[in-house]
Design a protein. Sequence first.
Length: 316
Amino acid sequence: MNQVGISTIWISKSNISTSRSQYRPPYLSHMNNQFAYPPATDGKPFRLSMGLRELDPANWIEGGSDLVGQLTDRSKILIENRNQVVQIQPGHNVAIDYFVSKIVENLAKFHPQYKVSDSKITHLESKTTIDLAEDNQLVQLSRVIAEDLCLLQFKDSAWHLVAAVVIFPSRWNLLEKIGKNLDQIHTPVPGYSQVLQPFMTDTFNKIKPDRPVWRKNWSLHETSLLHEPVYKSSPASVENYWWRTERQTLTASENGKYILFTIRNRSEPFKWIKSDPVAAEQFAMTLATLSPEMLQYKHLVEKREEFISYLTEPSK
């Protein structure tokens, strides 16, 4: 998600890509100064795009070198600011139980760094243990994985956000979005009504239980802070900005009435891009194409030219 809700993403007339080779597990990115999901390096103009890819179930939940630290932060924020990050409307327990059980099965099958015993789940490296029976299952699960979890329900011919644990929002407020449909959530997005809205519902309707999908999203932030429900200006030089990414997945329930939308957030030093001058120059070309409205939306109006200069000048 980015600034206003369930991401500024959805537009593509193309079919979902079935290529799983595009996925690269980001296990060691922080250890070798490589982005888990790097900036675009094709130099193409910026555009809102769906970019959905078929999801390998083994990659539904992501680990990574930042996981232990994120789990610590997530538990702390849940204790200190639960009402801000947890919103669950009544009447959806069956759907929540369904998706939680699917994730627990996935952890047991594909992730040896987790131990599952009845209702208890332990992340071995961090020694974090939760009991699904002690609280709402969606909340408990969010303590032991890095993914934020959003439950969407199809009703009144639209997809509505009916339950969510969003501990690391990227400049959007869950309290303002819960209960709204996708069109209402994305109203502030520049160009949404003309470009994205016509395809949103149909695209979500086509997601099948046995064919989950994933995509990625990016923004540039002044700090590495992941919990940012509202934008707060924090002056920083461009070389000290942070590359904020969201790796998002969508999985449908068996009856097709619900979709679980997950967001795996990362914040990495933007200056890593300078290690590849060609990539830096290509991304500068993309930044140069952002419209005034999109620059305002991404809080880059005053910084775009500085970014372009930084990306195109030779490294010292």
